[in-house]
Design a protein around this ligand. Structure first.
Ligand SMILES: [Zn+2]
Ligand SMILES: [Zn+2]
Length: 70
């Protein structure tokens, strides 16, 4: 079964069949499919698209990196 991911936290994800459009905890729009190839996101722990390798939450990693460097 596919899942939808919150862009703000790796711990926020929801089964695709509940039809959530926004994260109920952040208010951010959920990532429902790969932005590059429209493939479904299969598991909540997936960080990259299994079809094209696109990172699902690049902004999350950027934030962490900035904090490490600062
Ligand atoms: Zn969230
Ligand atoms: Zn993809």
């Amino acid at each position: 079964m596919a899942v939808h991911l919150c862009a703000k936290s790796e711990e926020h994800w929801y089964p695709a069949d509940n039809e959530y459009i926004f994260c109920p905890l952040c208010g951010d729009k959920l990532l429902q499919k790969c932005l590059e190839c429209q493939a479904e996101i299969l598991k909540p722990e997936h960080k990259f698209c299994v079809k094209c390798g696109t990172e699902f939450r690049p902004n999350l990693n950027k934030k962490e990196k900035v904090e490490e460097e600062a």
